[in-house]
Design a protein around this ligand. Structure first.
Ligand SMILES: [Zn+2]
Length: 225
Protein backbone atom coordinates (compact mmCIF):
# COMPACT_ATOMS: atom_id res chain seq x y z
CA UNK A 1 0.00 0.00 0.00
CA UNK A 2 2.81 2.41 0.85
CA UNK A 3 4.07 2.14 -2.73
CA UNK A 4 0.73 3.48 -3.90
CA UNK A 5 0.73 6.40 -1.44
CA UNK A 6 4.31 7.24 -2.45
CA UNK A 7 3.26 7.15 -6.10
CA UNK A 8 0.37 9.49 -5.37
CA UNK A 9 2.72 11.88 -3.54
CA UNK A 10 4.92 11.95 -6.65
CA UNK A 11 1.87 12.58 -8.84
CA UNK A 12 0.80 15.51 -6.64
CA UNK A 13 4.22 17.10 -6.38
CA UNK A 14 5.70 16.47 -9.84
CA UNK A 15 3.36 15.01 -12.44
CA UNK A 16 0.20 17.04 -11.84
CA UNK A 17 1.95 20.43 -11.92
CA UNK A 18 3.61 19.48 -15.23
CA UNK A 19 0.20 18.76 -16.78
CA UNK A 20 -1.89 21.33 -14.93
CA UNK A 21 -3.20 22.91 -18.14
CA UNK A 22 -4.43 19.57 -19.39
CA UNK A 23 -6.17 18.78 -16.11
CA UNK A 24 -7.72 22.26 -16.07
CA UNK A 25 -9.11 21.63 -19.56
CA UNK A 26 -10.36 18.18 -18.58
CA UNK A 27 -11.99 19.39 -15.38
CA UNK A 28 -15.21 20.36 -17.16
CA UNK A 29 -15.61 17.59 -19.73
CA UNK A 30 -14.23 14.71 -21.74
CA UNK A 31 -14.03 13.89 -25.42
CA UNK A 32 -12.36 10.49 -25.58
CA UNK A 33 -11.35 9.09 -28.97
CA UNK A 34 -12.05 5.45 -28.31
CA UNK A 35 -13.86 3.00 -26.10
CA UNK A 36 -11.20 0.50 -25.03
CA UNK A 37 -12.45 -2.83 -23.70
CA UNK A 38 -9.76 -4.97 -22.11
CA UNK A 39 -9.13 -7.41 -19.29
CA UNK A 40 -8.68 -6.39 -15.65
CA UNK A 41 -5.27 -8.07 -15.75
CA UNK A 42 -2.70 -5.87 -13.97
CA UNK A 43 -0.15 -6.40 -16.75
CA UNK A 44 -2.29 -4.78 -19.40
CA UNK A 45 -2.01 -0.98 -19.22
CA UNK A 46 -3.80 0.55 -22.24
CA UNK A 47 -2.78 4.14 -21.50
CA UNK A 48 0.86 3.11 -21.27
CA UNK A 49 0.75 0.89 -24.34
CA UNK A 50 -1.03 3.54 -26.43
CA UNK A 51 0.92 6.38 -24.78
CA UNK A 52 -2.32 8.24 -24.02
CA UNK A 53 -2.88 11.17 -21.74
CA UNK A 54 -5.99 11.33 -19.55
CA UNK A 55 -9.15 11.96 -21.55
CA UNK A 56 -8.22 9.92 -24.63
CA UNK A 57 -9.39 6.39 -23.82
CA UNK A 58 -12.76 5.50 -22.32
CA UNK A 59 -12.13 2.13 -20.69
CA UNK A 60 -14.17 -0.91 -19.78
CA UNK A 61 -12.23 -3.55 -17.90
CA UNK A 62 -13.43 -6.90 -16.67
CA UNK A 63 -12.25 -10.48 -16.37
CA UNK A 64 -11.67 -11.69 -19.92
CA UNK A 65 -12.63 -8.49 -21.81
CA UNK A 66 -16.14 -9.82 -22.27
CA UNK A 67 -19.18 -8.01 -23.67
CA UNK A 68 -22.41 -9.71 -22.65
CA UNK A 69 -25.04 -9.83 -25.37
CA UNK A 70 -27.84 -7.22 -25.21
CA UNK A 71 -30.36 -7.87 -22.47
CA UNK A 72 -27.69 -8.70 -19.93
CA UNK A 73 -27.56 -5.23 -18.34
CA UNK A 74 -26.46 -6.18 -14.83
CA UNK A 75 -22.74 -6.18 -15.57
CA UNK A 76 -22.73 -2.49 -16.44
CA UNK A 77 -20.88 -3.21 -19.69
CA UNK A 78 -23.93 -2.46 -21.85
CA UNK A 79 -24.55 0.83 -20.03
CA UNK A 80 -20.96 1.96 -20.51
CA UNK A 81 -21.01 0.99 -24.19
CA UNK A 82 -24.24 2.90 -24.75
CA UNK A 83 -22.91 6.00 -22.97
CA UNK A 84 -19.60 5.97 -24.84
CA UNK A 85 -21.33 5.82 -28.20
CA UNK A 86 -24.50 7.87 -27.78
CA UNK A 87 -23.18 10.56 -25.42
CA UNK A 88 -19.41 10.70 -25.92
CA UNK A 89 -19.60 9.83 -29.63
CA UNK A 90 -16.42 7.80 -29.66
CA UNK A 91 -15.30 7.00 -33.19
CA UNK A 92 -13.74 3.62 -32.44
CA UNK A 93 -14.23 0.68 -30.13
CA UNK A 94 -11.30 -1.63 -29.46
CA UNK A 95 -11.71 -4.99 -27.80
CA UNK A 96 -8.25 -6.06 -26.71
CA UNK A 97 -7.50 -9.54 -25.44
CA UNK A 98 -4.11 -10.56 -24.08
CA UNK A 99 -1.72 -13.47 -23.66
CA UNK A 100 -1.69 -15.63 -20.52
CA UNK A 101 -5.23 -14.53 -19.61
CA UNK A 102 -6.54 -16.01 -16.36
CA UNK A 103 -10.14 -15.73 -17.55
CA UNK A 104 -9.31 -17.76 -20.67
CA UNK A 105 -7.61 -20.38 -18.48
CA UNK A 106 -10.77 -20.46 -16.39
CA UNK A 107 -12.89 -21.02 -19.49
CA UNK A 108 -10.72 -24.02 -20.36
CA UNK A 109 -11.09 -25.42 -16.85
CA UNK A 110 -14.58 -24.49 -15.71
CA UNK A 111 -14.58 -27.50 -13.38
CA UNK A 112 -11.88 -25.81 -11.29
CA UNK A 113 -14.01 -22.74 -10.58
CA UNK A 114 -16.26 -24.25 -7.88
CA UNK A 115 -14.87 -21.86 -5.23
CA UNK A 116 -15.41 -18.91 -7.58
CA UNK A 117 -19.15 -19.07 -8.33
CA UNK A 118 -19.38 -15.48 -9.52
CA UNK A 119 -16.42 -15.84 -11.87
CA UNK A 120 -17.86 -19.13 -13.11
CA UNK A 121 -21.26 -17.58 -13.83
CA UNK A 122 -19.61 -14.62 -15.61
CA UNK A 123 -17.48 -16.85 -17.83
CA UNK A 124 -20.36 -19.23 -18.48
CA UNK A 125 -22.75 -16.49 -19.55
CA UNK A 126 -20.60 -13.83 -21.17
CA UNK A 127 -18.06 -16.33 -22.48
CA UNK A 128 -20.49 -18.81 -23.99
CA UNK A 129 -19.96 -17.63 -27.56
CA UNK A 130 -16.16 -17.80 -27.16
CA UNK A 131 -16.20 -21.36 -25.86
CA UNK A 132 -18.66 -22.23 -28.62
CA UNK A 133 -16.23 -20.96 -31.24
CA UNK A 134 -13.40 -23.01 -29.75
CA UNK A 135 -15.59 -26.13 -29.72
CA UNK A 136 -16.29 -25.65 -33.42
CA UNK A 137 -12.58 -25.55 -34.37
CA UNK A 138 -11.56 -28.93 -35.71
CA UNK A 139 -9.07 -30.75 -33.44
CA UNK A 140 -8.91 -27.82 -30.97
CA UNK A 141 -9.46 -30.20 -28.08
CA UNK A 142 -6.27 -32.10 -28.95
CA UNK A 143 -4.04 -29.00 -28.96
CA UNK A 144 -1.39 -28.56 -26.24
CA UNK A 145 -2.76 -26.33 -23.45
CA UNK A 146 -0.74 -23.22 -24.33
CA UNK A 147 -1.84 -23.37 -27.95
CA UNK A 148 -5.42 -23.94 -26.96
CA UNK A 149 -5.19 -20.98 -24.59
CA UNK A 150 -3.77 -18.72 -27.30
CA UNK A 151 -6.44 -19.86 -29.74
CA UNK A 152 -9.27 -19.29 -27.25
CA UNK A 153 -7.95 -15.79 -26.45
CA UNK A 154 -8.12 -14.92 -30.15
CA UNK A 155 -11.52 -16.52 -30.71
CA UNK A 156 -12.74 -14.70 -27.61
CA UNK A 157 -11.85 -11.33 -29.14
CA UNK A 158 -13.72 -12.24 -32.33
CA UNK A 159 -16.74 -13.50 -30.38
CA UNK A 160 -16.86 -10.42 -28.16
CA UNK A 161 -16.64 -8.13 -31.19
CA UNK A 162 -19.74 -9.89 -32.53
CA UNK A 163 -21.49 -9.59 -29.15
CA UNK A 164 -20.66 -5.89 -29.14
CA UNK A 165 -22.05 -5.35 -32.62
CA UNK A 166 -25.40 -6.72 -31.45
CA UNK A 167 -25.86 -3.77 -29.08
CA UNK A 168 -28.30 -1.22 -30.56
CA UNK A 169 -26.03 1.79 -29.96
CA UNK A 170 -23.20 -0.01 -31.75
CA UNK A 171 -25.00 -1.29 -34.81
CA UNK A 172 -26.83 1.99 -35.29
CA UNK A 173 -23.57 3.98 -35.20
CA UNK A 174 -21.87 1.46 -37.49
CA UNK A 175 -24.75 1.73 -39.93
CA UNK A 176 -24.39 5.52 -39.92
CA UNK A 177 -20.69 5.09 -40.61
CA UNK A 178 -19.63 6.94 -37.42
CA UNK A 179 -18.17 3.98 -35.56
CA UNK A 180 -15.56 1.32 -36.27
CA UNK A 181 -14.99 -1.78 -34.15
CA UNK A 182 -11.57 -3.39 -33.84
CA UNK A 183 -10.36 -6.68 -32.33
CA UNK A 184 -6.82 -6.72 -30.94
CA UNK A 185 -4.54 -9.11 -29.09
CA UNK A 186 -1.77 -7.86 -26.80
CA UNK A 187 1.22 -10.08 -26.08
CA UNK A 188 2.60 -9.32 -22.63
CA UNK A 189 6.04 -10.84 -23.20
CA UNK A 190 6.86 -8.95 -26.40
CA UNK A 191 4.66 -5.86 -25.98
CA UNK A 192 3.30 -6.52 -29.45
CA UNK A 193 -0.25 -5.94 -30.62
CA UNK A 194 -1.91 -7.87 -33.41
CA UNK A 195 -5.21 -6.85 -34.96
CA UNK A 196 -7.87 -9.10 -36.39
CA UNK A 197 -7.85 -8.76 -40.16
CA UNK A 198 -11.37 -9.59 -41.30
CA UNK A 199 -10.30 -10.16 -44.91
CA UNK A 200 -7.53 -12.58 -43.98
CA UNK A 201 -9.52 -14.16 -41.16
CA UNK A 202 -6.49 -14.03 -38.88
CA UNK A 203 -4.56 -11.73 -36.57
CA UNK A 204 -1.75 -9.66 -38.11
CA UNK A 205 0.72 -7.20 -36.57
CA UNK A 206 -0.81 -3.78 -35.91
CA UNK A 207 2.44 -2.20 -37.09
CA UNK A 208 3.70 -3.75 -40.34
CA UNK A 209 7.32 -3.36 -39.18
CA UNK A 210 6.46 -5.41 -36.09
CA UNK A 211 5.47 -8.54 -37.98
CA UNK A 212 8.72 -10.56 -37.60
CA UNK A 213 9.23 -9.56 -33.95
CA UNK A 214 5.74 -10.51 -32.85
CA UNK A 215 5.51 -13.66 -34.88
CA UNK A 216 8.67 -14.96 -33.30
CA UNK A 217 6.84 -15.34 -30.01
CA UNK A 218 3.44 -16.38 -31.23
CA UNK A 219 2.21 -19.49 -32.97
CA UNK A 220 1.96 -19.45 -36.73
CA UNK A 221 -0.57 -17.13 -38.23
CA UNK A 222 -3.52 -19.13 -39.44
CA UNK A 223 -7.03 -18.51 -40.52
CA UNK A 224 -9.33 -18.89 -37.55
CA UNK A 225 -12.55 -17.20 -38.59
ZN1 LIG B 1 -7.09 -11.53 -18.77
Amino acid sequence: MQQLIDGYAKFRSKVFPQHSELFEKLSTGQQPQALFICCSDSRVMPEMIMQCEPGVLFPIRNAGNLVPVPGEASSGVAATVEYAIRVLNVADVIICGHSDCGAMKGMLHMEQLESLPVVKAWLENAGASSRGRLASVKDAEALPFQEKLALLAELNVIAQVENLKAHPAVYEAMRRGTLKVHGWMYDIGSGGIRRFDTEKGSFVALLPEDQPVIEAGVRDERKIA
